[in-house]
Design a protein around this ligand. Structure first.
Ligand SMILES: NC(=O)c1ccc[n+]([C@@H]2O[C@H](COP(=O)([O-])OP(=O)(O)OC[C@H]3O[C@@H](n4cnc5c(N)ncnc54)[C@H](O)[C@@H]3O)[C@@H](O)[C@H]2O)c1
Ligand SMILES: O=P(O)(O)OC[C@H](O)CO
Length: 336
């Protein structure tokens, strides 16, 4: 690959901006695409994203545009950082202009409603590319900490090891340490399901259930994630890594997590509508809890915590009633 490496990042929200900064700090030439001209202008003229990180000076090698074709031109990596449920429609519009041979990179942690497809599957289908040209970046990566250049590790998952290594190099900085992994299914499931477990832990925190409840939900949440992963052909060890346990711990312990905060507000007694109204950014688990449950049912896998989250978030079940039901299920061995 000739240098400098060029990247197009679609999405000027929290993670698109933060990961664009990582790529720029790693030496890439980066163009962000966003819908709003005032944000693109502020990035280009003032080196700031006023809506998401008004206090962060962005690198000069990070530019922005509202023209998807301009962003796409010559990109070695085409990075997608928009809400999961909007991917199919957006990518269909962008696909004809993507640079030939570009590697498509998903930063998204969700599962598509209706189809129960992972984001890399949607990308392969809509862009018509081989799985070898699709990668995923995931792990414990709260955007607010990353733009502060606070240290974090991540996983770059790609079926093609060489492509994974190229992306790993393209986003490796003194504060961002990516590891490669070829288990794309496991890495994507880890990212999507941790948002659902993050909601559950947030609800428990909001109800004041204590740290034993948190430890129990994290551990049993990881158990149900792993069960689903095994049924889908993932490597169970992936869930003990950054994409599984690492992200779960960061999300379930941080007030910076939108999913955790969303759950906390519900647990404190806010209604769903009130909680949505105070949530300014994407909390993927709110929609993906339904598609994860759909995926589990398609694979015949029991996911009681996910089921409980769906019942509270989408069926209006009071958290205390849901808690009693979760705790009084029939007793069983820890591993089965
Ligand atoms: N923020 C984080 O810390 C973080 C870290 C890792 C992964 N992620 C994942 O990255 C993805 C994006 O999340 P985010 O945090 O950047 O969300 P965000 O809400 O901060 O930003 C989303 C961006 O997408 C744009 N957008 C919204 N609807 C759109 C549509 N219909 N069409 C085109 N653009 C649209 C918004 O304007 C915004 O620029 C999610 O899947 C999330 O789980 C986020
Ligand atoms: O703010 P959340 O809950 O979307 O979590 C952000 C990242 O996924 C943490 O790794």
């Amino acid at each position: 690959m000739t240098h400098p490496v060029t990247a197009a990042v679609y999405g000027t929200g929290s993670w698109g901006t933060a990961f664009g900064m990582v790529l720029a700090d790693a030496g890439c030439r980066v163009t962000l695409w966003g819908r709003r001209k005032e944000i693109a202008d502020a990035v280009n003229n003032d080196r700031v994203n006023p809506d998401y990180f008004p206090d962060v000076e962005l690198p000069a090698t990070l530019r922005a545009t509202t023209d998807p074709a301009e962003a796409a031109a010559g990109a070695d990596f085409t990075v997608l950082a928009i809400p999961s449920q909007t991917l199919r429609e957006n990518l269909a519009a962008w696909a004809p202009r993507l640079a030939p041979d570009t590697v498509l990179v998903s930063l998204m942690k969700g599962v598509e409603l209706g189809t129960a497809k992972r984001m890399s599957e949607v990308i392969e289908e809509v862009a018509g590319v081989s799985p070898d040209r699709v990668a995923v970046v995931t792990g414990p990566n709260l955007a607010r900490e990353i733009v502060g250049r606070m240290p974090a590790a991540a996983v770059v998952a790609c079926r093609d090891e060489e492509v994974g290594r190229r992306l790993q190099t393209a986003c490796h900085t003194p504060y961002f340490r990516p590891y490669t992994n070829t288990d794309v299914v496991g890495c994507e499931l880890g990212g999507a399901v941790k948002n659902v477990i993050g909601l559950a832990v947030g609800i428990a925190d909001g109800m004041g259930l204590g740290d034993n409840a948190k430890g129990s939900l994290i551990t049993r949440g990881l158990a149900e994630t792993t069960r689903l992963g095994l049924a889908m052909g993932a490597d169970p060890l992936t869930f003990a890594g950054l994409a599984g346990l690492g992200d779960l711990v960061a999300t379930c312990s941080s007030p910076l997590s939108r999913n955790h905060t969303f759950g906390t507000n519900l647990g404190r007694g806010m209604t769903l509508q009130e909680t949505i109204a105070v949530t300014k950014q994407t909390a993927e688990g709110v929609k993906s809890c339904e598609s994860v449950l759909d995926l589990a049912r398609r694979h015949g896998v029991d996911m009681p915590i996910t089921e409980t989250v769906v019942s509270i978030v989408h069926e209006g079940k009071p958290p205390l009633v849901a808690l009693k039901e979760l705790m009084s299920r029939s007793a069983k061995p820890e591993r089965h």
